[in-house]
Design a protein around this ligand. Structure first.
Ligand SMILES: Cc1cc2nc3c(=O)[nH]c(=O)nc-3n(C[C@H](O)[C@H](O)[C@H](O)COP(=O)(O)OP(=O)(O)OC[C@H]3O[C@@H](n4cnc5c(N)ncnc54)[C@H](O)[C@@H]3O)c2cc1C
Length: 383
């Protein structure tokens, strides 16, 4: 079988590696528009299990990546200078470039042909391939070329965000909420290597307009954000990598394949960065696609199986991501709560965690939260 993979992000690289490893006779050509060492963004997070979901099928890849990851057990919420830790919500992280380099080495070791600096301008360039795997990200050329056939929907969150890095090392994944005279900001920040952290800044549209960010250069915006989060950064600068202000795009496709083309990862669906699952979803899509193709005799049946088996799982996660993003869309309102109520509102934002589960998962936090409620329940004062 001849397969073209468009996109050298986590989804494309992992699919190419996986298929070639299991089918050494197949020809897999991967096309990436950028150079091998180029990437946007800084680090990415995974929930506590990190890449353990890969271990059963692919222990070598997990062993290659796991030692390079940072991990921690708690989340820290900072609200107007006060802090609270929520225990038991572990995450792991890795630099995006580090992850891509490891996946590139693995793909190359099994014989995938990787063509960097090679943008695909039209799917007609790929005539003759049996299968085209569109792992070409949020702005997918394949998806945009056949939107009606894929049943694509696209909308945007109202909040603005910019993805920075910083040399300041944070002990846990942290969320810092800051009120300024012109409006409210939030930063999602966590270390992804011993010496670097991701620092993603978010604000609502009204705040963004009051700051006049539309007219500011990347450098001017960065300087303003350094000022807003001066107490958090403690003198460390922000680092930029195409760190423009963006609105989070919500992408969904009713049909996951058309003719011999199939969507995986961000080209297919987006999951808000607040749940830290986009990279994992892209890798899991790649695995699901490979398994579905192997389970059927012909490609078309394999593509149908990929959608029918994987779509319900992805739908659940995307729904959770939307609920989480809704909370962030209203974060200036939530900031009016006292610290403990704010933290409780944050951690229950998906609507899927009840108090009993929270007590088991985050006993220290829940003890503090429930203690903070007691005076109120006894007719006492504010939390
Ligand atoms: C601000 C922000 C923060 C995020 N934080 C996290 C996080 O903490 N944890 C997490 O898991 N995920 C996070 N994500 C999401 C994560 O980055 C993506 O979900 C993940 O990278 C998707 O992988 P992918 O392989 O589908 O696409 P991508 O990683 O986007 O890769 C697509 C590749 O295709 C290439 N390409 C595109 N068009 C063409 C073309 N025509 N020809 C050739 N090449 C092409 C691109 O250059 C790119 O390399 C975040 C995303 C954003 C925007």
């Amino acid at each position: 079988m001849r397969i073209a993979v468009i996109g050298g992000g986590p989804g494309g690289l992992y699919f190419a590696y996986l298929w070639k490893r299991r089918h050494p006779d197949a020809q897999i050509d991967l096309f990436e528009q950028n150079a091998a060492g180029a990437t946007w963004g800084f680090g990415v997070v995974f929930s506590e299990q990190a890449l353990e979901f890969l271990r059963a099928d692919d222990p070598d890849t997990v062993d290659a990546i796991a030692p390079r990851m940072e991990s921690w057990k708690n989340i820290t919420l900072n609200l107007r200078g006060e802090s609270v830790e929520i225990d038991g919500i572990g995450f792991s992280s890795i630099g995006r470039l580090d992850l891509l380099r490891t996946l590139q080495q693995r793909a190359s070791s099994v014989g995938v042909i990787m063509r960097y600096d090679t943008p695909i301008q039209s799917v007609d360039q790929l005539a003759g391939y049996d299968l085209i795997v569109a792992a070409d990200g949020l702005n997918s050329l394949v998806r945009r070329s056949f939107e009606d056939d894929f049943g694509t929907s696209l909308s945007y969150s109202a909040n603005k965000f910019a993805w920075y890095g910083t040399t300041k090392r944070f002990e846990t994944l942290s969320q810092t909420f800051v009120q300024t005279e012109l409006g409210a900001f939030n930063a999602h920040h966590y270390r992804y290597s011993p010496s670097m952290s991701t620092f993603l800044v978010e604000c609502d549209l009204a705040t963004w307009q009051r700051y006049g960010f539309a007219e500011k250069t990347i450098e001017e915006s960065q300087t303003i954000c350094e000022g807003v989060f001066a107490a958090t950064l403690e003198g460390h600068p922000l680092a930029s990598n195409k760190s423009v202000w963006r609105n989070f795009p919500w992408i969904w496709n009713e049909r996951w394949s058309f003719k011999n083309m199939v969507l995986i990862g961000d080209s297919l669906h987006s999951a808000h960065f607040s749940i830290g699952s986009g990279t994992r979803l892209a890798i899991e899509d790649a695995i699901a696609l490979a398994k579905a193709l192997e389970a059927e005799r012909d490609i078309s049946a394999g593509l149908d199986r990929y959608q029918s088996e994987r779509q319900p799982i992805v739908k659940k996660l995307v729904t959770a991501a939307r609920t989480s993003a809704d909370w962030y869309d209203k974060f200036p309102e939530h900031m009016k709560l006292g610290l403990m109520d704010f933290a409780y509102s944050y951690i229950t934002r998906s609507g899927r965690i009840d108090d009993a589960r929270l007590r088991a998962m985050s006993p220290a936090f829940m003890a503090r939260y429930e203690a903070s409620r007691r005076p109120l329940e006894q007719g006492g004062s504010q939390r």
